[in-house]
Design a protein around this ligand. Structure first.
Ligand code: URP
Ligand code: ZN
Ligand code: ZN
Length: 460
């Protein structure tokens, strides 16, 4: 089967030109002008459109048992939403409970995706306990194609690890060349502040950010950086939300610590006043780390532009507003944490980043695709438009005008955090390994066709 994307403006992390892209089977085989395709080739006219490499979301939750409930998407709904939004590869956090066996958890998460996903996928392996048995199983999981771990310095008593576990995980990662992704918030500070707020009757969603101010996140980053410095492990801070935390990461980088930084589309576009909305509506915007004061947005956009921040993710964690967020109606600490955004990351990043001049088109591609592929051992199979790369391509219409609404979204959740927001540009067509998965904004892909992406560690 062959596919020709004709006359689009190809934009990669470092090039920009108009050409045709010819794909045979699952791969890009030729990029040239005026390619005449053999009979039977599917042709997509991309005149006046951008063509980007398929976008990669480095931080999503599809299957997530969390805070007494489960996140709403499955790989059927989640991969569909990802593709409609231009994301062709998902990196999901595999998050075992502390008492779970790591290998069994890895197999459970794999069973949720394999044979169900319409887009390609891989996992960061969550390390929520570290002992001799876990260590042996982590070595086995790396042999099976995983090259990144995930640790939590937050969520005391649930996913969080102690300092001995943190040290031993980083030592193992250093030995194996695995990069360690980390949720950085000081869990003791969070739990003590939560108790204090509740004790004086401060129970509403707007208290969530009071329980974990910027200093709590900055301390988490500083803590991780100290451990990374002493072990030499490669690290990656997930969902970084504020200047104070970024300053700690930059300071560590300047003294030689190996650290990548991820921010989220939510932190770039929303601020803490959303979580303070009355009548419990703020619960739609409760996530951790929390939404911050608006002044941080400029710092994050500039950080992307200047290469201080490497990636933009979603941390997609969808919980229904009507049935799940009210678990914390009288106690903000019980509101399931997460703001769904898997479907909208790329369109929002384009509209509110590129169109407003905060980042250029190459930075846009780099932070949402190429740099992710490089950090997580997927490049140049993913994140590139060149012969030999997977034919994961996004035809993007810069002239589209529309609005976001929960009524039209593919994500399986009953609200949109961006209801009514305008879009100036959107993903029109998407291919996954040479097969059309989205045509004119509608899913036309194949559930179950998504592949598990085997990765080899490179961070030695
Ligand atoms: O609030 C969030 N971030 N929910 C998902 C779990 C996590 O910490 O990544
Ligand atoms: Zn987290
Ligand atoms: Zn997460």
């Amino acid at each position: 089967m062959s596919l020709l994307i004709k006359n689009g403006e190809i934009i990669t992390a470092d090039t920009r030109y108009i050409a045709d892209i010819y794909c045979e089977g699952e791969t890009i085989t030729r990029i040239d002008h005026n390619i005449s395709p053999p009979a039977g080739t599917e042709v997509i006219d991309a005149t006046g459109k951008f063509v980007f490499p398929g976008f990669i979301d480095p931080h999503v939750h599809i299957y997530l048992p969390f805070m007494g409930t489960f996140s709403k998407d499955t790989y059927e709904t989640g991969s569909k939403a990802a593709l409609v939004g231009g994301t062709t590869t998902l990196i999901e956090m595999c998050c075992p409970a502390k008492s779970d066996d790591a290998l069994a958890a890895f197999e459970l998460w794999m069973s949720q995706a394999a044979g169900k996903s319409a887009c390609d996928f891989t996992f960061h392996m969550g390390v929520t306990r570290f002992d001799d048995q876990t260590e042996a199983q982590l070595r086995e999981i790396v042999k099976r194609g995983i090259s990144s771990f995930k640790i939590f310095l937050a969520y005391k008593g649930a996913f969080g690890v102690d300092d001995t576990e943190l040290y031993r995980t980083l030592k193992l990662a250093r030995e194996l060349g695995v990069i360690v992704t980390a949720h950085c918030e000081n869990e003791t500070l969070v739990s003590e502040r939560c108790k204090e707020l509740l004790a004086v009757g401060k129970t509403d969603p707007g208290q969530h950010h009071e329980s974990r101010p910027p200093a709590v996140e900055a301390e988490g980053v500083h803590h991780l950086m100290t451990f990374a410095e002493l072990t030499g492990a490669a690290t990656y801070i997930v969902h970084l939300s504020c200047k104070e935390a970024l300053d700690q990461a930059i300071a560590a980088r300047q003294r030689g610590v190996r650290v990548g930084v991820e921010t989220l589309i939510q932190y770039l576009t929303l601020d803490k006043t959303y979580a303070e909305r009355p009548d419990f509506e703020g619960a739609k915007y409760v996530m951790s780390p929390p939404l911050r004061e608006a002044r941080n947005q400029r710092v994050l956009w500039d950080g992307l532009r200047d290469g201080l921040i490497q990636t933009v993710a979603t941390d997609h964690a969808p919980f229904d507003f009507q049935k799940q967020k009210p678990m914390g109606k009288d106690d903000f600490t019980k509101i399931p944490n997460g703001i769904p955004s898997l479907e909208e990351r790329i369109n929002l990043l384009y509209t509110y980043g590129v169109k407003t001049g905060k980042i250029d088109l190459h930075t846009f591609v780099n932070v949402a695709s190429t740099q992710v592929a490089k950090l997580f051992d997927l490049f140049p199979r993913k994140g590139a438009i060149q012969p030999g790369a997977d034919a994961d391509l996004v035809v993007f219409d810069p002239d589209y005008r529309g609005n976001i609404s929960a009524k039209t979204q593919s994500m399986n959740v009953d609200y949109s955090a961006f209801e009514g927001w305008k879009l100036e540009g959107r993903t029109r067509d998407v291919t996954v390994r040479g097969q059309l998965a989205v045509r004119d904004g509608k899913f036309v892909g194949t559930l179950g066709r998504g592949q598990f992406l085997q990765r080899k560690p490179s961070h030695f």
